[in-house]
Design a binder for this molecule. Structure first.
Ligand SMILES: O=C(O)[C@@H](CO)OP(=O)(O)O
Length: 262
C-alpha cells in the first residue's frame, strides 16, 4: 500500500480577485497563507508524515507546501519540482476577470473554456506580457513544449510522464508522497487515479489548501475512489466556492475588472 497526499495551493491573490491565472506566477493571499497553515495542521492531526514533496514551478504551490511543511516541522524533507505539475495554461484568458468573461461570452462558452475536457481557450501570443515563452524557469524547455494554451486533456498528457517517472517510483519505494499543485493539474491527476470519464471530470473541483488523502494499492490505484479530504466539511463548502467562480461580479471581482498586467 502507498500513501499519497494531494494539496492544492491556498487562495492566491488572483483567485481572490476572480482572475484566470494559469501559468502566471501570482502569490498567495493572506487568506491563502492561512489555508496553507491549516493544511499543515491537518497533516499533523492525521499523523501524516510526507517523506518527499513534489511541487510545480509556481510560487503559490511552492509556498503552500513550504508553509504546511513548516507547521508540521517537516521543512527538511526532499523536494522535487516540475513544470509538469503547473496549473493548466489558460491561454489568452490569463489575467482576465472570470465574471466579465462570462458576461461577455455567455455561460456556455465560459464553462466550455473552464471545464470542458478538450476545448482549450484561445492561445496567448508570444509577445503578450502574460506569456511564459521568455520566463527563465522554462529556459531549458524546447519552446514548442511551453504551452500557449491548454485544455485539461493537454494537462493529462504532460502530467502523466511525471507521475510515472517521478511520483510512482517514490510511492513504490514506500515513501509517503505530498504533491502540492493546482486546481486543474490535480483534476488531471484525480481523473487518472479515479478513472473519471472525460464528461464527468467537468463537475469535479478541487478546493484550496485542504489535503486530499489517497491510499493506493500495489498497482497505485485508489483503495477508495475519490480519496478522503482531511477536513470533509470545509472541503464541501470550498468546492462549491470554486465551482461558482465567475458566477457573479462579487465585490472583489467588480472592483478590478479588465485584464491585469503582471
Ligand atoms: O485561474 C486558474 O488558473 C484556475 C485555478 O485558479 O481557475 P479555474 O478554477 O477557473 O480553472
Amino acid at each position: 500500500m502507498a500513501t499519497l497526499v494531494l494539496l492544492r495551493h491556498g487562495e492566491s491573490v488572483w483567485n481572490a480577485e476572480g482572475l484566470f491565472t494559469g501559468w502566471v506566477d501570482v502569490d498567495l493571499s493572506a487568506k491563502g497563507e492561512g489555508e496553507a497553515t491549516r493544511g499543515g495542521d491537518l497533516l499533523l492531526d492525521a499523523d501524516l508524515t510526507p517523506d518527499v514533496v513534489h511541487t510545480s514551478l509556481l510560487k503559490r504551490a511552492i509556498r503552500t507546501a513550504e508553509i504546511a511543511l513548516d507547521v508540521a516541522d517537516l521543512s527538511w524533507i526532499q523536494v522535487r519540482r516540475s513544470w509538469r505539475l503547473n496549473e493548466r495554461h489558460y491561454g489568452a484568458l490569463q489575467g482576465k476577470n472570470k465574471a466579465q468573461t462570462r458576461e461577455e461570452f455567455g455561460e456556455d462558452q465560459f464553462m466550455t473554456w473552464r471545464r470542458s475536457y478538450d476545448v482549450p481557450p484561445p492561445p496567448i501570443k508570444d509577445d503578450d506580457p502574460l506569456s511564459q515563452v521568455n520566463d527563465l524557469r522554462y529556459a531549458s524547455l524546447p519552446s514548442e513544449l511551453i504551452p500557449r494554451t491548454e485544455c485539461l486533456a493537454d494537462v493529462v498528457d504532460r502530467l502523466l510522464p511525471y507521475w510515472y517517472d517521478a511520483v510512482v517510483p517514490d510511492l513504490a519505494a514506500g515513501r509517503t508522497v505530498l504533491v502540492a499543485a493546482h486546481g486543474n493539474s490535480l483534476r488531471a491527476l484525480v481523473k487518472h487515479l479515479d478513472g473519471v470519464s472525460d464528461d464527468a471530470i467537468s463537475a469535479l473541483n478541487i478546493p484550496t489548501g485542504i489535503p486530499l488523502l489517497y491510499e493506493l494499492d500495489d498497482d497505485f490505484a485508489p483503495l477508495k475512489r475519490g480519496g478522503e479530504y482531511l477536513d470533509p466539511t470545509a472541503a464541501k463548502a470550498a468546492i462549491e466556492a470554486v465551482k461558482n467562480q465567475g458566477a457573479s461580479t462579487g465585490k472583489a471581482e467588480a472592483k478590478k475588472g479588465g485584464r491585469r498586467k503582471k
